[in-house]
Write a protein that binds this ligand. Structure first.
Ligand code: SAT
Ligand code: MN
Length: 583
């Protein structure tokens, strides 16, 4: 046995003797194993089959009602020095964190099966991919990991070749929020998560490994691990551009990644690479290339309908695990704004009569293999990934941020990314709808000090002259009555088309203090019921609001002290001066 596999076995033995499971199951990742786990979970009640005639191979899992989203306040980055974790993370010293959770893990798997899940993040034969092993006592985690990652024997073989893997230890514990912690140990390449069975808290390949631990590795190794979807857009001439977009959780990355072109752009084709995470590397020619480390989607269900995302709507009619949705009388899954059927039971399995709030939890989710997506790109499995033409940041903003603008250069683009603000959503526990700073949409996911992270972003400028252009979009602008000004969803392709035309130097732009904006008429709105006045509103810059925004951002930078890169501060001051001069 090679050293990495013997290290793995030793670790598994060590965990078993501490957590005391009834038995140990090494996941092979086979389809038979998946079917068997589903049968077992159906028998013990953790899953219930949905209507198998209309939703074949679809199942419903209802979580504990206190365990429905990521818990950012219980998520820690454990580095020797608190400064290295930065003000953007909760911090605990590694020794204290280990002691705290190890006490909770003691005997935690008694009476349960321990699953050992080897997985690969990224195409199995890509030099950019990285492996991990998650040990968990949750069969729900095992079946989700099968859909979300390349899991099982092939990953184990790669671990043997690589000699390294990220260790993730997970137990649902007793689900008591008082005994729930998600701990990251970047220097040890390890994660310990206890007390939650939900999504990003428990599927450790996702945010814990592919973002928090990977961002730390990426900094040391010269690449980027980002909260970005990746999509290829093919115009009627067959020219494809790949773009990577970073938006906070539940702001439409999945919808954008699989959008359906509107009628007036019906010659366009969409190729989905990923909906949540991108790993970006410079190749030998200095071109930035992206892979999606995941192989499935863990998407927000409410709001998915034939109009907003027909591809997703159809995709989740088979082979899907639903979490915390409601059910109709004939046992079909139901959610708010599904626009077909009526809820009979809510997400807590209570008869639904409208008096208990929403029928589906606002953060209810579907898990489905990416291959089920009708617009799945064949290149999603390409070891070399895809070349990125544009990076797009965005948030959910009623005001301030226009529909789209382009950064003046890479350095300014880093400022644009670092200053992203967004209204909070149901994807994390906490108040919904308040504006918070969410740099690069990585606030909950950057495994180290944001100041160092911005410096890392800035450093790419010295390494190549082929960097992609950087843009910012906002699909969520509202008028004074609270109506959305932009229709969003498939219509967003109109904006992406402008972005591609900019990348190809095919179209001019209006220079403003905040960056380049579309000239009147340059975003094609044919067949849309949207007046020139509304388009002007969507592409207008309110200098006073921007000044306030930029001042808030300067205050935010101050919270990172001396570690903030000078170049970023200089960009912030340049913007302040440009806004002043524009008055
Ligand atoms: O819960 S997850 O982190 O997996 C989903 C999300 O918040 O983006
Ligand atoms: Mn996400």
């Amino acid at each position: 046995m090679t050293s990495s596999l013997s290290t793995l076995r030793e670790w598994v033995d060590e965990v078993a003797s501490h957590t005391r499971p009834n038995d140990i199951h090494w996941c092979s990742g086979s389809d038979d194993e998946y079917t068997q786990l589903i049968e077992q979970m159906t028998a013990d009640g953790t899953l219930s089959p949905l209507n198998q005639d209309t939703y074949p191979n679809c199942y419903l899992h209802l979580s504990d009602p206190t365990d429905v989203a990521r818990v950012e306040h219980l998520t820690y980055v454990c580095t020797d020095s608190q400064e290295d974790a930065g003000p953007n993370n909760n911090w605990m010293s590694p020794s204290e964190a280990h002691a705290k959770v190890d006490a909770l893990f003691k005997g935690a798997m008694r009476g349960r099966t321990m699953y050992v899940i080897p997985y690969c993040m990224g195409p199995i034969d890509s030099p950019y991919s990285r492996c991990g092993v998650e040990i968990t006592d949750s069969a729900y985690v095992a079946i989700n990991m099968k859909l979300m990652t390349r899991m099982g024997s092939a990953a184990l073989e790669r671990i043997e070749r690589d000699g390294v893997f990220v260790r993730g230890l997970h137990s649902t514990g007793d689900l008591d929020p008082e005994r729930r912690f998600i701990m990251h140990f970047p220097a040890e390449l390890s994660i310990k998560s206890i007390g939650s069975g939900y999504g990003g808290n428990a599927l450790l390949g996702k945010k814990c490994h592919a973002l928090r631990i990977a961002s730390h590795q990426a900094r040391a190794e010269g690449w980027l691990a980002e909260h970005m979807m990746i999509v290829g857009l093919e115009n009627p001439d067959g020219e494809i551009h790949y773009i990577a977009c970073a938006f906070p959780s539940a702001c439409g990355k999945t919808n954008l990644a699989m959008l359906i072109p509107p009628h007036s752009l019906s010659g366009w084709k969409v190729h989905t690479l990923g909906d949540d995470i991108a790993w970006l590397h410079l190749d030998e020619e200095g071109q930035l290339r992206a892979i999606n480390p995941e192989s499935g989607y863990f998407g927000v269900v409410p709001g998915t309908n034939r109009k907003t995302n027909e591809n997703a709507f159809n995709m989740i009619c088979s082979d899907t695990i639903f979490t915390n949705v409601a059910r109709t009388a004939n046992n079909e899954p139901w959610w708010e704004d599904k626009r077909v059927g009526e809820p009979a039971f809510d997400w807590q399995n209570r008869a639904y009569d409208g008096s208990n709030g929403k029928a589906a939890h606002p953060n209810s989710r579907f898990t489905v293999a990416a291959r089920n997506n009708p617009t799945y790109s064949a290149l999603a499995d390409a070891p070399e990934g895809v070349p990125i033409s544009a990076i797009v940041f965005g948030g959910r903003r009623k005001r301030v941020a226009p529909l789209v603008y382009e950064a003046k250069d890479w350095r300014h683009g880093v400022l644009v990314g670092a200053s992203v603000g967004s209204e909070t959503t149901a994807a994390a526990i906490g108040e919904v709808g308040v504006i918070r700073r969410d740099p690069m949409a990585m606030k909950p996911f950057c495994g180290y000090n944001f100041a160092d992270y911005w410096q890392h972003w800035l450093s790419f400028e010295q390494r190549t002259d082929k960097l992609p252009r950087i843009f910012h979009v906002n699909w969520f602008r509202q008028d004074d009555d609270g109506h959305f000004l932009w229709p969003g969803f498939g219509e967003n392709l109109r904006v992406l088309r402008w972005i591609i035309d900019r990348c190809e130097n095919r179209i001019g732009a209006k220079e403003t203090p905040v960056g380049y904006l579309p000239e009147d008429g340059d975003i094609d709105v044919s067949e849309l019921d949207i007046s020139p006045e509304v388009m002007r509103q969507l592409t207008a810059i309110d200098i006073e609001r921007w000044k306030t925004e930029n001042e808030h951002f300067a205050d935010y930078l101050d919270t990172f002290g001396d570690r903030v890169p000078d170049a970023l501060r200089a960009e912030q001051r340049r913007l302040a001066a440009a806004l002043e001069a524009a008055q």
